[in-house]
Design a protein around this ligand. Sequence first.
Ligand code: LMR
Length: 328
Amino acid sequence: FTAAATAMALSMTATAGFAACDDGEIVIKFSHVTNTDKHPKGIAASLLQERVNEEMNGKVCMEVFPNSTLYNDDQVLEAMLQGDVQMAAPSLSKFEQFTKVFRIFDLPFMFNNMEAVDAFQTSEAGQKMKESMTRRGLLGLGFWHNGMKQMSANKPLVTPADAAGLKFRVQNSDVLKAQMAAMGASPQPMAFSEVYGALQTGVVDGQENTWSNIYGQKFFEVQDGTTETNHGVLDYMLVTSTDWWDSLPDDIRTQLATIVDEVTQTRNAAVGEVDASARQAILDAGATIIELTPEQRTAWVEAMKPVWAEFESDVGADNIAAAQEFNA
Ligand code: LMR
């Protein structure tokens, strides 16, 4: 190959990848780690892309990179600060380097259900959290829902004692590590894209995630049942860089913010359906879901809830009290 041929091949690749963007358009690269069409985040990102590219055509062009094809969650926020990507929606567990206030969402049994999560996030205390990282260069544009987390392992989990001694993949969060330790299990932080292989080869025994992630990544195929614990929440922050956001012309920023808000509301309102169909698809695939009696569930609460005390000063006793009010 001559240098010219290589340059031409590269530019053709680039053209193919960015075919939708015209010269002069502001390009928004949105990187995420899930699938695009059966997942709350994937669907929301696709809808955002569709609306931005339709309604802001000629001015703004959004390119979505799903399935960890561009970055893992442990890389994407640094890439954003470097200006290599403009939007992402990592789970709230992934922001530990930037703020500790999101730890409230990782605390086990803090929220009874997604209605309580939604009410807290849309409250004044929740909305303030979108600006908790501006000093570090990141701005939250909106909370995006996924759902409640379930537990699975290579053996059936009925009581928390069943989890003792097992290795569980966790997102890289101190709260989640403490939660697993509270059950006598060992936490193993790992990127989302590596979990299926780690479960399959026995590098870890179990994992916790939402129905849409367990279905989307096929974790159920390599686990001996999933226990419906609903013990925690996995939600996202749609995030951008403050530098990039502030650099936008006012009219563009305003229009983009409106589309973001509308997509956020529409998709957050529909998240229960996506969650339920993922759960059903797991059953349809012939996998086992273990439902707990209220007494059995209480044992999980008693095992995990002591973790709260360790993190109360990070998240604020007032925030915990506010969150608990929405459970009523
Ligand atoms: C995980 O790492 O398990 C999740 O944060 C992945 C995701 O984006 O839902």
